[in-house]
Design a protein around this ligand. Structure first.
Ligand code: TRP
Ligand code: SF4
Length: 405
């Protein structure tokens, strides 16, 4: 069931450190993160273990990319005063939860995740018939569940991983959220909410369970979020009681689909390191200009006097991202009548890309020249992440019967 993600809810996303970030990442992911950080409690992390699943033979690239990637995030406008930035392997609690979840996850669920076969096909030169690679989406589930994240901003290709996470959470709650005296405990917890809230809760529960009213479910959940005097355990009970299940120890997250970016590479294909068609976020202006000036155009336009067809030209696709209607009309007119040359046509794009990258490069500068600032931002993020992660893990251990005294 999909419902609205409340303002200030915890939102988590990660990125694999496997090379330089470019304008494709900026338009696709980073601008979205910058927007989300104003609306939610955002946790953004460097998924270095995930990078290792595919780069175990060339792990050097990971170490090289980790800090540069964090600098690129900061340069793009991710604000460490608002969002927590951290590194997955510095919060080893992720690994313990991954292990515990692996006990209850059927092998078939992992084998059936589409990216498993797809990526093995696509990265034929690598041997991905490993235990770690099969577990990739489950490690991702642990990343998400350990923060009880309600929203997970991801691209289309990652939605199946969030879906798996929901199934794993449901199975976990089903197995470990059942207590013999669940109903009594839930009823006792309702009484702790106070008369008015208790009545609202009971109404919402009844409306949801008897009429399947999804709005009532949202109302009930929002009500529980607001309660100050409930213990974590009671809150989990009441979330579950609301829906008619047992205690909800690991809440199911929702994918927040990142709108597909229109940014394309220098050859008109998707911008991607493997196509060698990128403009890096901190690339020098001379090089950016050079790359754009030499980028291919409509192949039919051999001489300046030949008219062209913008629809057959990758530069036209960049005008969709960077130009307004006026400029686009000028391109259409000038190109089809051979009134303008291709360098003239590219100039507004050169200007726009340089203007876009300038503040990014400037912001990066203060971090490049002060590595200890970056280290301390990440250190702080790791501490914040760890304290949430530890709390969840303690509940998970207890629910599974592992907190022997
Ligand atoms: N698999 C994601 C990707 O390749 C990265 C990732 C790892 C992630 N753990 C995550 C994204 C948790 C969101 C939440 O893009
Ligand atoms: Fe492409 Fe512009 Fe040249 Fe036309 S004028 S071919 S749109 S670069």
């Amino acid at each position: 069931m999909s419902s609205v993600i409340p303002h200030n809810a915890r939102v988590l996303s990660g990125m694999r450190p496997t090379g330089q970030l470019h304008l494709g990442h900026y338009h696709g992911v980073l601008k979205n993160w910058v927007k989300l950080q104003h609306e939610y409690a955002c946790y953004f992390f460097v998924a270095d273990w995930h990078a290792l699943t595919t780069h175990y033979e060339s792990s050097g690239i990971i170490a090289q990319s980790v800090w540069d990637m964090v600098i690129d995030w900061l340069a793009a406008g991710v604000n460490p005063g608002t969002a927590k930035l951290f590194i997955q392997s510095r919060v080893p609690e992720h690994a313990e939860l991954h292990l515990l979840l692996s006990m209850v996850t059927p092998l078939g669920w992992l084998e059936r995740v589409p990216t498993y076969k797809d990526q093995q096909e696509k990265l034929k030169e690598k041997d991905l018939a490993t235990y770690g690679f099969l577990g990739y989406p489950l490690l991702q589930s642990a990343d998400i569940l350990i923060y009880k994240a309600q929203g997970v901003p991801v691209g289309e290709d990652q939605v199946a991983h969030v879906e798996l996470t929901r199934e794993v959470a449901r199975r976990f709650n089903h197995l470990y959220g059942r207590e013999p005296d669940f109903e009594d405990k839930a009823e006792a917890a309702i009484k702790k909410m106070g008369k008015k809230a208790a009545k609202l809760y009971r109404d919402a529960r009844k409306r949801y369970q008897e009429q399947g009213d999804a709005e009532a479910l949202d109302v009930g959940r929002a009500l529980l979020e607001e309660q100050q005097n409930l213990t974590i355990g009671d809150r989990e009970r009441l979330f579950g009681y609301l829906e008619g299940s047992g205690r909800i120890i690991l809440p199911e997250p929702q994918a927040m689909l990142t709108p597909a970016s229109k940014m394309i590479g220098l050859d008109g294909q998707k911008m991607s390191k493997s196509y060698n068609n990128t403009i890096a976020l901190r690339e020098a202006p001379e090089q950016v200009t050079q790359k754009l000036r030499t980028m291919p155009t409509d192949p039919a336009r051999v001489r300046r006097t030949d008219p062209g067809t913008p629809e057959k030209c990758p530069v036209w696709l960049l005008h969709q991202v960077y130009s307004d209607d006026g400029v686009r009309a000028w391109v259409q007119q000038g190109c089809t009548s051979a009134g303008i040359g291709c360098l003239d046509c590219k100039q507004p794009i050169v200007d726009a890309v340089l203007a876009e990258l300038e503040p990014i490069r400037e912001r990066a500068e203060q971090y490049v020249t002060n590595p200890s600032l970056v280290r301390s931002i990440v250190e702080e993020g790791c501490d914040a992440a760890r304290s949430v992660a530890r709390e969840t893990l303690q509940e998970v251990r207890t629910a599974m019967g592992l907190s022997y005294k």
